[in-house]
Design a protein around this ligand. Structure first.
Ligand code: BTN
Length: 265
């Protein structure tokens, strides 16, 4: 059954939003190709730190590693936050890990679901994906000038395309009832802002990371490695111990984790 949901509005979101910066300037679109693309345009025209764009649906939703983010108007929450200046962590790659932590803690606190982080920034419940995050950055004179952090959360989705169904879930499916996309958005922004202000990866990230102590596989320089994920560095890299006892720090790309999304290593 397709859930009817009311469109997000700036008034509804700003009502009771306790952030100082994030989401305080917000545009709510009915349709766009990608909220990340909208925010990039805003960034290039000088929009302020924290500017946020939501959309009811995206015709060209972008995922990590060049993938598509399926973005129908039936239950998903799609938004992108523009970050500048003091809200850009060092290294910048930690931005998506901090966003993942914000989503994970927001969902845990609001709905008591056992949300976990699959390194670096997929949020999973019950070994299925409930949220994906894609950050893009703009540079000026060789320095990062802004970042667009795009977040897609499966809130009231009741079904997924066949190829995703075995590996995706939603808040509705996990809690048994429709949830407010507005409340989810407000809580994520409220969790994200203080994390960005401190700017370092807290222990909570490691505590919630489901990839640790599991068999993982990853590819570097066209070679596939299998090992045991053992830790996260302060720069957000995944430490993997290989069978010969050497340790590799994985900084980017896809890491397959035994048992998550039903995958085998
Ligand atoms: C992934 O897990 O592959 C990342 C998915 C990111 C999806 C969000 S939805 C809002 C924003 N706009 C996009 O086009 N992508 C991100």
């Amino acid at each position: 059954m397709i859930q009817q949901q009311s469109a997000l509005t700036p008034q509804e979101i700003l009502h009771g939003l306790s952030t100082r910066v994030l989401g305080q300037k917000i545009d709510c679109l009915s349709v766009t190709d990608s909220t990340n693309t909208e925010v990039k345009k805003l960034a290039e025209s000088g929009a302020p730190d924290g500017s946020t764009v939501t959309a009811e649906r995206q015709t060209g939703g972008k995922g990590r590693l060049g993938r598509v983010w399926d973005s129908p108007p039936t239950g998903g929450l799609y938004f992108t936050v523009l970050l500048r200046g003091k809200h850009l962590p060092e290294p910048l790659t930690n931005i998506t890990l901090l966003a993942g932590l914000a989503v994970c803690t927001a969902l845990r606190e609001l709905f008591c679901v056992d949300a976990r982080i699959k390194w670096p920034n997929d949020i999973v419940v019950d070994s299925k994906k409930i949220c994906g995050i894609l950050a893009e950055a703009g540079f000026e004179n060789g320095r990062v000038s802004w970042a667009a952090v795009g977040i897609g959360i499966n809130v009231n989705n009741t079904a997924f395309p066949e190829e995703l169904a075995y590996r995706a879930t939603s808040l509705l499916l996990e809690t048994g009832k429709p949830q407010s996309r507005c409340t989810v958005l407000q809580q994520v922004l409220e969790k994200f802002e203080p994390l960005l202000e401190v700017g370092i990866l807290p222990q909570a990230y490691t505590d919630l990371c489901i990839s640790l102590d599991k068999q993982v596989s990853f590819t570097q320089n066209r070679q596939t490695f299998i090992g045991q994920a053992r830790g996260i560095t302060p720069d957000g890299e995944l430490l993997v111990v290989l069978p010969d006892n050497s340790t590799v720090a994985v900084g980017s790309g896809e890491v397959v984790v035994q048992g998550i999304y039903g995958e085998k290593v």
